[in-house]
Design a protein around this ligand. Structure first.
Ligand code: ATR
Length: 298
């Protein structure tokens, strides 16, 4: 585990009783704006808390979680690629984390690591701001990781969805999320990752398109082009840096409605903050801290 933001010793991080340390673990994590957002909230509420970022590589999760126990971390967020595997390294899971099979928030409750999933709220809040009626809707989800699982749990609470089409590079992971969606009562159908024609056709007829993959984080080209999105579509990219991903650029050219990744980041962050502190999140402060970095999108 390498600390990318602040150097902490291998001692207990909270020497002063009122001080607490939180962090995010993932890879890549350098781009994360969670430290900025949570530190702004802690400062506003005069809490003697800090939030830092740790890079944890794919095969280092178990040891890193042990280290977090050792330093008595107060809580942490989990991001790509660890959200699903993290379910094996917590002592207890919330009901939603159990349902999704994915953890993005951990709270240290007297030495017990409890895993939560605030991605479900993070994904659904911006969707619910735009869609109130899901009746007969066809939805396309790109990806089959932890965020895709959270999307399925959130959408399974909505009545009337006709079909959720899903596409992913790794076919085994795709089968598992299809199984999850089906067990949640959704009608989930896989699309062949290499069948661009089919994907384009499904994408064109989907009212809601959600990218839950990490494609875009390094400015990669999206799997979908503008001619495969309609102006009636709502296109949601969970990638927030860059704010305008290739997928969202394509959606904008297609005159579709956009949901920016920072909207999920903020909403899951509010919930994580509330789980850790038991206080209401200072939403305006957290939003202002983030949008200060981005500027208002247009
Ligand atoms: P998270 O828990 O944050 O969702 P994850 O479980 O690692 O992260 O999932 C990342 C998603 O991005 C997966 O769907 C992954 O596809 P694979 O299952 O095929 O690995 C997808 N992904 C990551 N890099 C990708 C790439 N270069 N091309 C296509 N999909 C990619």
């Amino acid at each position: 585990m390498s600390n990318v933001n602040v150097d902490v010793s291998n001692q207990q991080v909270a020497a002063d009783k009122s001080s607490k340390t939180f962090c995010i673990i993932g890879d890549p994590v350098e781009h994360s704006l969670s430290p900025l957002m949570h530190n702004a909230a802690f400062k506003y509420l005069n809490l003697n808390y800090s939030y830092i970022a740790f890079k944890v590589k794919v095969n280092e999760l178990k040891e890193s979680v042990e280290s977090l126990h050792d330093i008595n971390i107060a809580g942490f967020n989990v991001t790509i690629p660890h959200k699903v595997e993290m379910t094996y390294y917590v002592d207890r899971l919330s009901d939603e984390a159990t349902l999704a099979g994915s953890v993005n928030t951990v709270k240290n409750e007297d030495g017990i690591f409890v895993g939560y999933n605030t991605d479900i709220y993070g994904l659904m809040a911006p969707i619910e701001e735009r869609i109130s009626n899901f009746e007969g809707m066809e939805i396309l989800i790109l990806g089959a990781g932890g965020s895709s699982r959270a999307a399925l749990v959130g959408l399974s609470k909505k009545k009337g969805i006709k079909t959720i089409f899903m596409v992913n590079r790794d076919q085994q992971k795709l089968s598992k999320v299809i199984e999850l969606g089906t067990s949640l009562g959704l009608n989930c159908n896989p699309i062949d990752y290499l069948d661009q024609k089919k994907l384009s056709q499904i994408s064109s007829q989907s009212k809601l398109i959600i990218n839950t993959t990490s494609v875009g984080l390094k400015n990669e080209t999206s799997l979908l082009r503008d001619d495969s999105m309609g102006k009636e579509s709502i296109v949601f990219d969970i990638i927030y840096k860059p704010i305008m991903t290739d997928l969202l650029e394509c959606a904008k050219r297609a005159h579709a409605k956009l949901i920016f990744g920072y909207e999920m980041l903020l909403n899951q962050g509010y919930k994580s903050f509330e789980i850790w502190t038991g206080m209401n999140a200072p939403r305006k402060v957290m939003r202002k801290a983030l949008l200060g970095i981005f500027g208002e999108p247009n």
